[in-house]
Write a protein that binds this ligand. Structure first.
Ligand code: 5GP
Ligand code: MN
Length: 343
């Protein structure tokens, strides 16, 4: 695996030199963008714009409704507005692989003078000319915060709100194991600078749900299966359920976290039918199993406790395959941890 761990100041400096050297920047992130994807790219957008740079953001997928309170979200464009435009520098955020920004987008934007890759996924590939990959960071937004600090700021109000939102999202509202004392300190500083109310940010992101999404959760949760040992919980969402409830695939996000909360469950998975032969899988772990490794077996990736992949199988086969593979990981981790095995 082509993973680089970069934690020293020198790599920030390399990147900061590019900020001095070039004027035209384009930013992008992964398909189905989440809070950290949107937060980190908008945070960097505000910082570079305030430095007087020309900055454009291009994403394959639309900004989810819940992030449309972030300043300048509507400046995010899609592949159709690229035409003959070419940036000097393309900065890819939170994407793990270049392919995950979307084929059409990378074809339209590249080559550039410099390709920069900023990420915190342990499974991230070093596809850039400059790679800032920090698996120890809670989020890509946290890396952007540190980058701006190395530049000696300033972090503007809009930037602070975007970075806070990204950190809040990727730490599961400061409750996942990637939350450190430092994460809380950074969050506190961002609240002070941004002068926003954290409870309002929470409400914007998590409590503006359309009724349809709750109805979809109901449909999906009804498919719950738990293995005999109680350690693997799985659900699936079909195209039929999306049609019935009038929802889109992004409405499936978050359902996996609900089944992860079942007592005794080690691995939770949610399968979403994308097409008749393609299934998106979301994986969560309570800590014993590294689900980024599990996802990597199917060309996916992510973090030890939250990962995903896409499999070229109909959803029932994908669920069976994933449950079997997860079982193997659980058996391995039980023998490594010396758990008592039932005969
Ligand atoms: P989610 O289940 O919320 O979609 O994703 C959980 C984590 O796994 C995120 O950090 C996300 O970036 C990563 N992830 C999800 N799907 C994929 C995938 O197909 N490939 C890779 N490399 N990472 C993924
Ligand atoms: Mn992230």
């Amino acid at each position: 695996m082509n993973t680089l761990q970069i934690t020293d100041m020198q790599n920030y400096s390399t990147l900061l030199t590019l900020f001095d050297q070039y004027h035209d920047f384009a930013l992008s992130t992964h398909i189905n963008p989440d809070g950290d994807a949107i937060g980190s790219e908008l945070g960097l957008y505000h910082f570079l714009t305030e430095l007087g740079k020309s900055v454009k953001i291009f994403n394959t997928d639309a900004v989810p409704e819940s992030y449309r309170f972030l300043p300048c979200w509507d400046n995010i464009e899609d592949v159709h507005s690229i035409s003959t435009y070419r940036p000097e520098v393309l900065i890819v955020l939170d994407a793990s692989t270049l392919a995950r920004i979307g084929k059409r987008l990378s074809k339209a934007l590249l080559p550039t003078h410099e390709l920069v890759n900023i990420d915190h996924h342990a499974t991230a590939e070093a596809f850039g000319d400059v790679n800032l990959i920090m698996p120890s960071a809670s989020s890509t937004s946290e890396i952007i915060y540190k980058l701006i600090k190395c530049h000696q700021g300033p972090i503007g109000k809009a930037c602070a709100l975007c970075l806070y939102t990204g950190i809040m999202f990727d730490t599961g509202c400061f409750r996942h194991s990637n939350t450190t004392v430092e994460t809380h300190r950074i969050a506190a500083e961002l609240i002070e600078i941004g002068e926003f109310a954290p409870d309002e940010v929470y409400r914007n992101v998590y409590e503006q749900l359309p009724v349809a999404k709750i109805r979809l959760s109901g449909e999906v949760l009804r498919t719950l299966q738990v293995t005999d040992d109680g350690k693997i919980a799985s659900v699936y969402a079909t195209q039929g359920m999306l049609r019935k409830t009038g929802t889109t695939p992004d409405a499936v996000e978050g359902i996996v976290n609900q089944i992860q909360a079942i007592a005794g469950v080690e691995v939770a998975l949610c399968a979403s039918e994308m097409t008749a032969r393609s299934t998106k899988i979301s994986l969560r772990s309570q800590g014993h199993v590294d689900v980024s490794q599990l996802a990597a077996e199917f060309e996916g990736g992510g973090h030890a406790r939250a990962a995903g992949c896409r499999i070229a199988m109909p959803y029932p086969a994908a669920v069976r395959t994933l449950v079997q593979t997860a079982q193997r990981y659980i058996d391995q981790s039980s023998s490594e941890h010396g758990d008592c095995q039932k005969d």
